[in-house]
Design a protein around this ligand. Structure first.
Ligand SMILES: C[S@@+](CC[C@H](N)C(=O)[O-])C[C@H]1O[C@@H](n2cnc3c(N)ncnc32)[C@H](O)[C@@H]1O
Length: 360
């Protein structure tokens, strides 16, 4: 992977495999509306930003409550909705959805969708311009692929010793950068809600932390090990591969405010919590548990949609495009069979971290 590409570049088939993310966004819709209702417009133009918007209907659901809030209260103003994501995002589908039946573009002629293309680890809008920001299921992605040796796991929460410290330092730096940039972009009185996968303290777990998706990532590692045993993936490629994510606990999410004076002074913390997801927190696919094939197929589709690009760019970066494709298909087929055979043992548990901030 080159330095300019990001771990989620080229995420595939996201729209069709993101029902759990949709449920998370829906569960916060009233909160986003309430948050936006508290923001008074300070100029003729109102700006909303969604960081890591993704594509399809989720991208629209994230911002709809804020758009409605401003459109109801300021029917004559222009409302710009900045969708922030990587160049490879499926922008056409996003803008089709914005103009579609459930989209916000029909709410008023004054609402304008805008693509803000690039990383949210850089400024994505002019300073002091954003009235309301949202970010769903995106800020746990790190800014770049870490270079660490991660024997025995491909997942941040099971890392030990120096490898864990290195990744934690990167995760903390990234989160602090994310917050500092949003502080610059928000205007005074503007508000930001970040909601993503989280973790809770649990002394029975490695590192004393129980993280969303723990069984899933361990299952992925076991499947990857079978690929190593069969000579399909090299041992050192797996040893040096870790998925570039960090699901924070509440305490970790608040650390930057304790050490960074600019953040501490610049933001008022309105909410900080990690709580079980409202829908199926113990297994996001529990509705399908009685239909094992369906369960495993949905599970595979969901996992593939957000891991394939990072597998291709990192774990399989030494492979030709053709061979990477073959290996990916093999990996996800094995994963599906593994999940099916597990009969619910690898339940995808979800805790959601939610942070709401107001700029002073
Ligand atoms: C799991 S999807 C979530 C999409 C949508 N917000 C949702 O909840 O359904 C994560 C999104 O974050 C985007 N993303 C990850 N890192 C990013 C970065 N550094 N800058 C911009 N977007 C990023 C990915 O491209 C992807 O579209």
């Amino acid at each position: 992977m080159n330095d300019k590409s990001s771990p989620t570049e080229g995420m595939i088939d996201y729209a069709g495999n993101s029902l759990p993310q949709k449920h998370s966004i829906q569960s916060r819709a009233d909160d986003v509306r309430e948050m936006a209702d508290k923001v008074l417009a300070s100029s003729d133009d109102i700006h909303i930003a969604d960081y890591g918007c993704g594509t399809g209907s989720n991208a629209i659901l994230s911002v709809n409550p804020a758009v409605k809030s401003f459109a109801d209260r300021y029917p004559d103003r222009s409302i710009y909705v900045h969708h922030v994501d990587q160049a490879e995002n499926d922008w056409n589908t996003l803008f089709d959805c914005a103009a579609g039946q459930d989209g916000y573009a029909n709410i008023s002629a004054g609402v304008r969708p805008v693509a803000s293309v690039g990383s949210f680890f850089s400024m994505v809008a002019p300073a002091s311009s954003i009235d309301v920001g949202t970010s769903f299921g995106a800020s746990h992605w790190l800014s770049k692929q870490p270079v660490i040796s991660s024997a025995g796991t491909l997942w941040f929460a099971d890392l030990q010793g120096e490898a864990r410290l290195t990744l934690k330092r990167q995760a903390q730096r990234d989160w602090e950068t994310f917050l500092a940039l949003r502080l610059r972009e928000l205007r005074s009185g503007g508000r930001l809600m970040v909601s993503t996968l989280g973790a809770i303290p649990d002394e029975s777990e490695v590192n004393g932390i129980c993280s969303s998706g723990r069984h899933t990532y361990r299952a992925m590692y076991k499947v990857a090990e079978t690929m190593v045993s069969d000579g399909l993936i090299s041992e050192h490629a797996l040893r040096d591969f870790v998925i570039p994510i960090w699901f924070m606990s509440r305490e970790e999410a608040l650390e930057p405010f304790q050490r960074n004076k600019e953040l501490e002074d610049g933001f008022v913390l309105e909410r900080a919590e990690v709580a079980p997801a409202l829908q199926n927190p113990e297994d996001i696919f529990s509705d399908k548990i009685k239909a094992p094939q369906d369960y495993a197929a949905s599970y595979k589709g969901f996992v593939r949609s957000f891991t394939e690009s990072t597998f291709r760019q990192s774990l399989l970066c030494g492979e030709s495009a053709h061979s990477a494709e073959t290996l990916l298909n093999e990996f996800y087929d094995r994963f599906e069979a593994f999940i099916k055979d597990g009969e619910g043992k690898y339940a995808f548990e979800i805790w959601l971290l939610t942070i709401e901030l107001r700029k002073q």
